[in-house]
Design a protein around this ligand. Structure first.
Ligand code: GDD
Ligand code: GTP
Length: 410
């Protein structure tokens, strides 16, 4: 039997996703028309012996999350539960804290996945790879190739090319280590908790040595429970014959910024031709004619005559009035774009001539200037007719009265 854990983080993360993350927790932001996490859940549910999916994070459970849980349980006929950490325990601390829940029912192995990635999720391949490469004492990391410069933003893996064993692991190195990067998708056996447990014990001992009596106990406990899989576990397991890398050349990308959500949507929309043709628009007789690449349209969106949209995400309840044009933008829930208005951003796509380029998690400012990026309209923004909004971020509930270029409109 198998299980899966998805690390969804919590509210203080996802700052690069503002203002969109004000309305919906980043893991539920729609990518190719469905919440980001649903792609992970669907991939897991396709494994015949997958019994349960646990979401671990420190979001306060809300209606939206509960609705998502019950819908996915029904749609995929699998148990999906949310386990809330009392504080951010790190990528290893959360799974250690909830180890009894993960191990109940005695799974032979379980996946752990970062929520903020998009991937073809080669999970069956990872299961087979684990069987070939090891025993109950070995673990698998999904890896892919990045270019040298971009590799520095990821966990980097040096492998033994014959055996695929991980010889060195360095999280976000400051100089080049390897072009094989960690995709944030792992296959563990229950044995992993021995290793995380050892780090926990050590942290506790360090606390005792370090703090005087009288230091608040619970605080010390909390800090001992914060464990990072990458720095605390993988770095130590590398070269011990326990950690292996399964390399994929299928699509994979991080989803850190709003721009990368548009990019991830494109990857999943391409996949829909095989996996979900029903989710793609059809040009029915008498219906609206649609064409053009990479557009996701939410429910209850009104689109007028002569509107053009490409490389964009239009969230539910938005209105695009006649002849408006939306390019490389995200239009927030309930926003309205007036007639003949133009909302345009600059894409942040990876260089197509570099096969190993990844999308840059762009910084908001460079040289004191807002870097040109996709345009984001927060929820309930009104754009009047005949104006141009270029490379701008508009916070929710704004009624604009003129054109804007390269601005954050607060
Ligand atoms: N539950 C929980 N608790 N989840 C967490 C916590 C925590 O305290 N901290 C982070 N996460 C979740 C995030 O929501 C995200 O899904 C994932 O863990 C990793 O987030 P980060 O810690 O921000 O790391 P990163 O995305 O910069 O880098 C990681 O992913 C890369 C691949 O996308 C690392 O694993 C890199 O090595 C890897 O290359
Ligand atoms: P493709 O034909 O898909 O290859 O696009 P393109 O390379 O010709 O360029 P672009 O994406 O800039 O847009 C061209 C189309 O968008 C034309 O059909 C225009 O009529 C339409 N378009 C461009 N700007 C606007 C605008 O401000 N408003 C409206 N309604 N349409 C526009």
């Amino acid at each position: 039997m198998l299980k899966a854990v998805i690390l969804i983080g919590g509210p203080q993360k996802g700052t690069r996703f503002r203002p969109l993350s004000f309305e919906v927790p980043k893991p539920l932001f729609p990518v190719a028309g469905v919440p980001m996490l649903q792609h992970h859940i669907e991939a897991c549910s396709k494994l015949p012996n997958m019994k349960e999916i646990l979401l671990i994070g420190f979001y306060q459970p809300n209606e939206e999350l509960n609705r998502f849980l019950s819908c996915t349980q029904q749609d995929y006929k699998i148990s999906v539960r949310y386990l809330q950490e009392y504080a951010a325990l790190g990528t290893g601390g959360g799974i250690y804290h909830f180890r009894d829940q993960i191990l109940s029912g005695s799974p032979e192995a379980f996946f752990v996945m970062n929520a903020d990635v998009c991937s073809e999720f080669p999970l069956p391949e990872m299961v087979d790879f684990q069987k070939e490469h090891g025993d109950a004492y070995s673990f698998v990391i999904l890896g892919t190739t990045a270019n040298r410069k971009q590799s520095l933003n990821y966990g980097c893996i040096v492998e033994n090319e014959q055996t695929d064993e991980v010889l060195h692991y360095v999280e976000k190195p400051s100089t080049f280590v390897s072009d094989i990067i960690n995709c944030g998708i792992y296959l563990f056996t229950p044995e992993i908790f021995q290793h995380i447990g050892a780090v926990f014990q050590k942290n506790q001992q360090d606390m005792l040595l370090y703090y005087d009596e009288g230091e608040e106990q619970s605080n010390g406990w909390h800090r001992a429970e914060v464990i990072r899989l990458e720095q605390d576990i993988f770095t130590a397991l590398a070269g011990q014959g326990k950690l292996y890398v399964y390399k994929t050349d299928r699509f994979w990308s991080q989803i850190k910024s709003a721009g990368s959500a548009i990019y991830a949507s494109r990857l999943y929309l391409n996949q829909y031709h095989q996996t979900h043709p029903e989710r793609l628009a059809t040009n029915r007789e008498g219906g609206p004619k649609t064409r053009g690449p990479n557009v996701s349209i939410g429910t209850g969106v009104t689109i007028g005559a002569g509107v053009r949209v490409r490389e964009s995400i239009i969230l539910h309840g938005a209105t695009l009035q006649d002849h408006s044009c939306v390019l490389n933008s995200i239009v927030g829930w309930g926003s309205t774009i007036g007639k003949w208005a133009r909302v345009e951003g600059t894409p942040s796509d990876p260089n197509p001539n570099d096969p190993y380029a990844k999308i840059d998690s762009e910084t908001l400012f460079r040289d004191g200037k807002l870097t040109p990026s996709i345009t984001i309209l927060g929820c309930n923004v009104n754009i009047p007719s005949e104006v141009i909004i270029l490379n701008s971020i508009v916070l929710p509930h704004k009624d604009l009265n003129r054109s804007f270029k390269n601005q954050i409109i607060l």
